[in-house]
Design a protein around this ligand. Structure first.
Ligand code: NAX
Length: 331
């Protein structure tokens, strides 16, 4: 039998946490033959609720779940973890300035970065979900200099999956037959959902999405804004933000990173930019990536048309501004 993998979930008493921990305990994230030990962190006001989640995990009697650590102590939570899913953060409340929210999250990510750097297992893989996800990941990288930058990522897989879902609905095809959409840039409404390289599997082989949809006005307009605004549409409908889809996409992100992407398929991940596609180096930016042997690699050489170029640059610009704002909060 395999040794258990230790998975940290911060903000585990929150709504994404509540959807995510049972998926991890069921093997959705790391595989049906991979035992796990869950480490759950939250803050003292949520300690009792966190303990309730732990009780439910025990009650569910998950065969793969070999242990649960539920704590409000970041050091205890981070000790020995192989995978860290950072869902905890400070939400933007009515009337708050962007700068105030940023400064709260900068201080959270700064201290959790140190706890991870000192106490996580070597080669720990980190996924930041909490918003502003790209910039929180950048702060974490900054304050955990001994964690390889390749190990620090943020979640844009939910946006990627939303794009697959929209194409599948539009064409009335199985979502599993659609592949190779791309989310470029920030996990915000400036993101660019790109279908220029996406295909649908048909009995006659893979066909370009653009050819099958045959409606450039929709693809360049409503499709993009629907994906960009999907989070807001969920809030409007549910009066709560996306949770099950965020949790499921976080599992997809880690699973593909650890176990690899299928041949011929790429996914979107927020990763540390090396200047590929003329995106400024030093941002956490969402790119198309393939994964193998536990490492991601940016898909190179895709042609970028003028329409796309503008959108790649606009979302990079927003991330540079967020970075400057975050750095202005560092002390
Ligand atoms: P909730 O408010 O339900 O849960 C957040 C939890 O984090 C709470 O239990 C809170 O006590 C805890 N927390 C706060 N500060 C903490 C700290 N310093 N250490 C540990 N835990 C802490 O929010 P939820 O709906 O679960 O969303 C969590 C985060 O995910 C938010 O920042 C949200 O904006 C972000 N999202 C990101 C998405 C993405 O695709 N990247 C999509 C979904 C979601 O909106």
């Amino acid at each position: 039998a395999k040794d258990p993998v230790r998975v940290l979930v911060t903000g585990a008493a929150g709504q994404i946490g509540y959807a995510l921990v049972p998926m991890i305990a069921r093997g959705v994230m790391l595989g049906a033959d991979q035992p796990v030990i869950l480490h759950m962190l939250d803050i003292p006001p949520a300690a009792e609720a966190l303990n309730g989640v732990k009780m439910e995990l025990v009650d569910a009697a998950f065969p793969l779940l070999k242990g649960v650590v539920a704590t409000t102590d970041a050091v205890e939570a981070c000790t020995g973890v192989n995978v860290a899913v950072m869902v905890g953060g400070f939400p933007r409340k009515e009337g708050m300035e962007r700068k105030d929210v940023m400064s709260k999250n900068v201080s959270i990510y700064k201290s959790q970065a140190s706890a991870l750097e000192k106490h996580a297992a070597p080669n720990c893989k980190v996924l930041v979900v909490a918003n502003p996800a790209n910039t929180n990941a950048l702060i974490l990288k900054e304050y955990a200099p001994s964690i390889p930058e390749k190990n620090i990522t943020c979640l844009t897989r939910l946006d990627h999956n939303r794009a697959l879902g929209q194409i599948s609905e539009r064409l009335n095809v199985q979502v599993s037959d659609v592949k190779n959409v791309i989310i470029w840039g920030n996990h915000s409404s400036s993101q660019y959902p790109d279908v220029n390289h996406a295909t649908v599997a048909t009995p006659a082989g893979d066909k370009p999405v653009r050819e099958l949809v045959a409606d450039d006005a929709w693809l360049n307009g409503e499709f993009i804004s629907t994906v960009q605004q999907r989070g807001a549409a969920i809030i409007k409908a549910r009066k709560l933000s996306s949770a099950l889809s965020a949790a499921s996409s976080a599992c997809d992100h880690i699973r593909d990173w650890v176990l690899g992407t299928p041949e011929g398929t790429w996914v979107s991940m927020g990763v540390y930019s090396d200047g590929s596609y003329n995106v400024p180096a030093g941002l956490i930016y969402s790119f198309p990536v393939t994964c193998k042997n536990g490492e991601w690699c940016v898909v190179q050489g895709l042609p970028i048309d003028e329409f796309s170029r503008k959108k790649l640059d606009a979302t990079a610009e927003e991330l540079s501004e967020e970075k400057a704002l975050a750095y202005s909060c560092l002390t």
